[in-house]
Design a binder for this molecule. Structure first.
Ligand SMILES: [Zn+2]
Length: 232
């Protein structure tokens, strides 16, 4: 039996780091005006204060406040990457910079179709902590984008509530004040309001009835909301 000093240690040919990934996924959902972005920023800042390398991503579809910052309804800002999809992030951010990142915050996650694959890869393979904030439901209370798809991947799920604009009770749903019907209609308090279950059901049914009446009288649909809101 001979010993060859040139023989390679079998461990040295391993290209992946020799440790188990320690990634995590945390999901924050709720209606509009529930403080999801505020909660996301708070968690990302805490991680940053703990010395971890953080980065924020938001959808380039939402340009309501600023394109290079995540901004809450109360005006708190955090610099971020505004992207059309998540799959382009690693390349745009830079592979070396990505390697050094510990925590990835994603805001307005309902606009990212590739959310599932991104979170899966980032947490399972790359060991990142991913904190995701987004709408769980649209104005029809149907699943919005891929946000609910990542619940089975998540370590924790937090559903936040807002205050019903009509009675000040806890609000779980987002009511659309206008008559447009596309799912992705970006707007703020001018177009949407948080509502409790009772008011979601009541206002929705009044709105539907008003629409039928107005259509039968050929009146402009912009009158629907006013008709609705005087009868909460
Ligand atoms: Zn209410």
């Amino acid at each position: 039996m001979t010993f060859s000093s040139s023989a390679k240690d079998p461990m040295s040919v391993t290209t992946k780091p020799n440790y188990l990934p320690t990634g995590e996924i945390h999901v924050i959902v709720g209606p509009m005006f529930a403080g999801k972005t505020t909660a996301l920023l708070r968690r990302v800042k805490l991680e940053s204060n703990d010395g971890r390398n953080v980065v924020m991503i938001k959808s380039s579809k939402d340009t309501r406040y600023a394109v290079d910052a995540v901004v809450t309804h109360d005006g708190t800002k955090f610099p971020c990457w505004s992207l059309p999809n998540l799959s382009s992030f690693k390349q745009k951010f830079g592979i070396d910079a990505y390697e050094k990142v510990d925590v990835i915050g994603i805001d307005e996650a309902q606009f990212f179709d590739d959310l599932y694959d991104f979170c899966c890869n980032a947490a399972d393979l790359d060991g990142k902590t991913v904190i995701v904030a987004g709408l769980d439901g649209d104005y029809l209370r149907k699943s919005f984008g891929s946000v609910l798809d990542i619940i089975p991947l998540a370590d924790t799920v937090t559903k936040l509530t807002a205050r019903c604009e009509l009675c000040n009770k806890r609000a779980f749903f987002t009511f659309r004040k206008t008559s447009e019907t596309e799912t992705e209609l970006i707007g703020g308090a001018d177009m949407y309001m948080p509502v409790c279950r009772q008011h979601y059901v009541n206002v929705q049914s009044v709105n539907e009835a008003a629409k039928i009446v107005l259509e039968s009288h050929k009146l402009p649909s912009s009158l629907i909301l006013e008709t609705t809101l005087v009868t909460p």
